[in-house]
Design a protein around this ligand. Sequence first.
Ligand SMILES: Cc1cc2nc3c(=O)[nH]c(=O)nc-3n(C[C@H](O)[C@H](O)[C@H](O)COP(=O)(O)O)c2cc1C
Length: 376
Amino acid sequence: MILDIGDLRELARRRIPRAIFDYAAGGAYEERTLLRNSADLDAMTFRQRVMVDVSNVSLETTLVGIPVSMPLAIGPTGLAGLFHADGEILAAKAAAACGIPYCMSTMSICSIEDVRAATGKPFWFQQYLMKDRGFNRELIERAAAAQCSALMLTLDLQVLGERRRDPRNGLTVPPRLTLRNAWDVATKPAWAFKVLFGKRRTFGNLAGRIGDSSGIRTLSEWTATQFDPSANWRDVEWVRSRWPGKLILKGVLDTEDARLGLAAGADAIVVSNHGGRQLDGAPSSISVLAEIVAAVDGRCEVFFDGGIRSGQDIAKALALGARGALIGRSFLYALAAAGEAGVAKAVEIMRNELRVTLALTGTSSVAAAGPHMLRL
Ligand SMILES: Cc1cc2nc3c(=O)[nH]c(=O)nc-3n(C[C@H](O)[C@H](O)[C@H](O)COP(=O)(O)O)c2cc1C
């Protein structure tokens, strides 16, 4: 029985190899910030209200001007295509059917063109600032050619936080069958058949830039040599000047950076600590959301991610002023558990949880969400 995201997580754990599961589940270093994201959401309590007419709770809204069926988007996650064959294509299809945006990562297994060809629907595209600005320019042009409806620039990965589970598990891209993982892989035959021996197994967007035989060690080296540690706000302005559509800046955790992002021309910012995968010891995203919303003061949209595992979590972010929430792990678990249907199920679960939560806090629409929903 699949009743919550935890059920999908458990199913994922049984269906994919440990190295892939842990790549999603883990965080950087001691995983303190990863834990904080969930702990701080869990610690919040709602203010229950009764006898308010909530017969028609509306979840519809817009994100960067795009109408959505609920205030949720699938956030960018690298290697989604290793959680399920054609993972990015299935994600884009599920998101389109559910009426929410899908943001594809540069570090995807399927390429931008694969997803566009398979879905024919607009999606968002995420990129990092590379030392080779020519590659950034090329990715922007490819995203424009694929008619992506927004560009998301991730700011919090100039250098890579160490995720220790990956080297411990011997994670490689493409995945390899080794003596060490043979039993684990043998107990996941469907995954092995479709992904390990499947068609798309390495970074689709980086074809020609990273050798097909490169392992994740090479990837972290590639990241270290290609991602630009000298990137600064002028570079963000450069991206802004090249991308005519909506620009979303992801990875803001400080009010000063929110103001600078606004000045650089952001249409939206994502309050995010990269799901606890970068600066270990950084605050939880939810603990800084309200101050960033106040600093931005309505001049751009504020999205939120980090620890969203239910519709109740989305409601908490909305109550503190987020326009919408992004999911990372909740999406990957659902994808690994049951592909396109799994992702649709996760969205449906969260949709129902959000609707009931709004109703029981006496809130008749997403637009009416606010601090009154919480016991502060
Ligand atoms: C496995 C995995 C891969 C990720 N890859 C990317 C990426 O390629 N680009 C990016 O901007 N963020 C990436 N993120 C961060 C997510 O977009 C998001 O900020 C984070 O997962 C939110 O936290 P949550 O997983 O608790 O929902 C990744 C997260 C995970 C778990």
